[in-house]
Design a protein around this ligand. Structure first.
Ligand code: DX5
Ligand code: ZN
Length: 226
């Protein structure tokens, strides 16, 4: 495996791995100098089997924190409700390639709103499927689990997929494209994931285990960069 040395990585804790009944108060204790983004997993019970929360809940979360929001839409036809999420001014907004026939229209709407436009692909979707639309994206999220639940194990094939996308981005001059990775990342495998080319790591279980999210994120960053 080609190893790239890096001096920084962003970490985005996925709040569904915490206690959603107290998360508003819990995130008030999150250190903004450690926690770069807050990952919001929106699940509609159709695109994925699970249901989490929608825009009303995200609006309430935003009242409790200045940490920028990272919205991951696991919903069918995101074009029908995108504006309800964009009104919160998220730092990035990610749609699934598999969820819409109009990814470019969605990406352009996200970008126009001032949010970083992200496309994501499930583990079974060939990475080549999105090569033509990467110029419309500010970010690609490589799913390293089938989406739907926190607490699943990292699929090792994801590492090669991250490398393929990184190489494609470098050879095609896509210098602003960030690579995000989501699913099963922990202190044991984060170095491999970041070395393969990831700029932003989503961390659910590994960020919330034991309850000290600030400390867990520091540990993740240290493990990524040693
Ligand atoms: C999975 C979600 C992930 C998940 C990450 O469908 O998109 O964001 O919450 O949790 P872990 O890190 O526990 O896999
Ligand atoms: Zn997610």
């Amino acid at each position: 495996m080609q190893m790239t040395s890096r001096d920084s990585v962003m970490v985005s804790p996925s709040i569904i791995a915490g206690d959603l009944t107290t998360i508003g108060r819990d995130i008030a204790g999150f250190d903004g100098s450690v926690i770069d983004l807050l990952h919001m997993d929106v699940m509609d019970g159709h695109f994925v089997p699970n249901i989490t929360f929608g825009p009303g809940f995200i609006g309430d979360i935003k009242k409790h924190t200045d940490i920028p929001l990272d919205i991951h839409l696991m919903i069918e036809k995101p074009e029908n409700s995108l504006d309800e999420y964009l009104r919160f001014g998220p730092w990035c907004t990610v749609i699934h390639y598999e969820s819409t026939r109009f990814p470019i229209r969605c990406l352009e709407r996200i970008k126009k709103s001032g949010s970083r436009a992200g496309i994501t692909i499930n583990p079974a979707t060939p990475v080549e499927s999105v090569y033509d639309i990467l110029p419309y994206c500010g970010m690609i999220l490589v799913m390293s689990v089938d989406p739907g639940f926190a607490g699943q194990s990292y699929m090792p094939e994801a590492t090669g997929r991250i490398e393929k996308i990184k190489n494609f981005a470098v050879s095609n001059g896509l210098s602003d494209l960030l690579i995000q990775v989501d699913g099963g990342v922990n202190t044991e495998n984060i170095r491999e994931v970041v070395s393969a080319g990831a700029d932003i790591i989503v961390a659910g279980s590994s960020a919330f285990k034991g309850g000290d999210v600030n400390k867990n994120v520091i540990n993740l960053k240290n493990a990524a960069l040693i």
